[in-house]
Design a protein around this ligand. Structure first.
Ligand code: NAI
Ligand code: MG
Length: 496
């Protein structure tokens, strides 16, 4: 066919090109039938267990331990012993060596970890492969570099390790949150007891094998699995010097109450209800990609998700139209398929929460849009959803949904955008889309959020501190700031 013939060719082009399945192989992961707790460099036989599943299929994957207070105490004692008898005494350069090793092993085993993360957590393999794993390794590399430079990071303050850190993490980025917690703690010379979330324990248990490979001294990192009761026992443990928690605001508040007056150090990284603000001079197609990445990335199980879209009134219609059209192209399904954009909801409990909030949105009078989409029969799924006609008082504009659900609101002036964006008990992140640099700076000064992204969203880097204002918590993770909660300085009271 010549160019001219092609120009006049009227054969209809198929509207939709079908994707062939492109599943990542599971063979790279080998699961044990049953896992214990990793304490003092050994596997401790658990006294109670439960079954962890794949949320995409409800298939049982393994039996894991539900640590009792006694088992938690054994882990804390192992961490204390390792802290007193070795780890805090070895040279900083030596500590860095272990962190570099862990980072390199994570890179080498990244495919295995990515598959396991998607299998146990439901997130698309594309994301665990391209986001979670590279960032987890980067975090260890980054803090390895700080280990022997603490005196330079905090000049004239004589930084010293805190002791034993108890760390409780959520299920949305299991291995990445483990890295955010463990890397700075070890770089600063502490030892650790970490508790992964009950629905996603497997990558933390595989991480124990990385520690073995890296020949990390026994007891420096201990891993106990179990639900909130295990977490509560860790918080209560007398011999823990610091608690680092990422999860719900309610549990964060309970932990803060529990620790009040004990002198134990605490950092909390809690929920969010971020505004993603689109001005009329923004590059709309890029902004629409940013909106989609902001709320549908990781099924919206993201504390800093752009769950409230604020669109300038004059561009409301084109933005909503482009967004709806883009939603029809999102592929929802098998997390292990390389073409999947939106995977499974992490648990039945989380699916219930999303459904309940979406129902409240419809009842309160918002208009719902969901693209045509066929969901798998088994497992936990939710169609990517957009709500328009949302009033600020609606629950879907106030509460964290933690699912693939976007609420669209409008504004006329930058002042109104700031007022609406800040009208939430949270303050974790925000996004601003505009061509004008001066407006970006004006907005960033006024938004009460720990991170403000400009013409992008959900970008992370280990060198950049992350954390919240108000009910999103306190303390920072990442960057030099992320070392501070794991250090004690001269003239600072200590917990005894
Ligand atoms: P959660 O706060 O109950 O769980 C997070 C972690 O805390 C888990 O490891 C859990 O076992 C542990 N935990 C639970 N109760 C505890 C207690 N009393 N003491 C110590 N540790 C405890 O969060 P959940 O129930 O999984 O999710 C509920 C909502 O929380 C989500 O819908 C979402 O809105 C929010 N959330 C926010 C996260 C974030 O990244 N900021 C992460 C996970 C949930
Ligand atoms: Mg809970």
């Amino acid at each position: 066919m010549t160019d001219l013939e092609r120009k006049h060719d009227r054969t209809p082009v198929p509207k939709e090109w079908a994707y062939a399945p492109a599943p990542e192989s599971r063979d790279v992961v080998s699961l044990d039938e049953r896992y214990g707790h990793y304490v003092g460099g050994k596997w401790l036989e658990p006294s109670e267990t439960y079954t962890t599943i794949s949320p995409a299929t409800e298939e049982p994957l393994a039996e894991v331990g539900q640590a009792t207070p006694e088992e938690v105490e054994a882990a804390v004692a192992a961490a204390r012993d390792a802290f007193e008898n070795g780890w805090s005494g070895i040279s900083a350069a030596e500590r860095a060596k272990y962190l570099f090793r862990i980072a390199r092993i994570l890179q080498e085993r990244s495919r295995e970890f990515a598959v396991l993360e998607s299998l146990n957590g439901g997130k698309p393999i594309k994301e665990s492969r391209d986001v979670d794993l590279p960032l987890a390794a980067a975090h260890f590399f980054y803090y390895a570099g700080w280990a022997d430079k603490l005196e330079y990071a905090f000049p004239n303050r004589r930084p010293r390790p805190v002791g034993v850190a108890g760390q409780i993490i959520p299920w949305n980025f299991p291995l990445l949150m483990l890295s955010w917690k463990i890397a700075p703690a070890l770089a600063a010379g502490n030892t650790v007891v970490l508790k992964p979330a009950e629905t996603t324990p497997l990558s933390a248990l595989l991480f124990a094998d990385v520690l073995r490979q890296a020949e990390l001294p026994p007891g420096v990192v201990n891993i106990v699995t179990g639900d909130g009761r295990t977490g509560a026992a860790l918080v209560k443990s007398e011999d823990v010097d610091k608690i680092a928690f990422t999860g719900s605001t309610d549990v964060g508040k309970a932990i803060q109450r529990e620790l009040a007056g004990t002198g134990k150090k605490l950092t909390l990284e809690l929920g969010g209800k971020a505004a993603n603000i689109i001005f009329d001079d923004a590059a709309l197609d890029q902004a629409v990609e940013g909106i989609v990445n902001g709320i549908y990335f990781n099924q919206g199980h993201v504390c800093c998700a752009g769950s409230r879209l604020l669109v300038q009134e004059s561009i409301y219609e084109p933005v909503v139209e482009k967004l709806k059209r883009r939603l029809t192209t999102l592929r929802v399904g098998d997390p292990l398929d390389k073409n999947t954009d939106v995977g499974a909801i992490n648990s039945e409990q989380q699916l219930e929460k999303i459904r309940e909030l979406v129902e409240s949105g419809e009842q309160e009078g918002a208009e719902i849009y969901q693209p045509p989409c066929r969901l798998p029969e088994k497992g936990y799924w939710f169609v990517p959803t957009v709500f328009t006609n949302v009033a600020q008082s609606y629950r879907i504009a106030q509460e964290e949904i933690f699912g693939p659900v976007l609420s669209v609101l409008t504004f006329r002036t930058p002042e109104e955008a700031v007022e609406k964006a800040n009208n939430t008990p949270y303050g974790l992140s925000a996004g601003v889309w505009t061509e004008k640099g001066s407006r970006i700076l004006w907005m960033a000064e006024r938004l009460r959020a720990g991170v403000v992204w400009a013409n992008t969203f959900n970008r992370f880097d280990p060198s950049s501190p992350f954390g919240g204002y108000k009910e999103s918590g306190f303390g920072r993770e990442g960057g030099r700031h992320g070392l501070e909660p794991y250090l004690r300085f001269d003239n600072e009271p200590s917990h005894d």
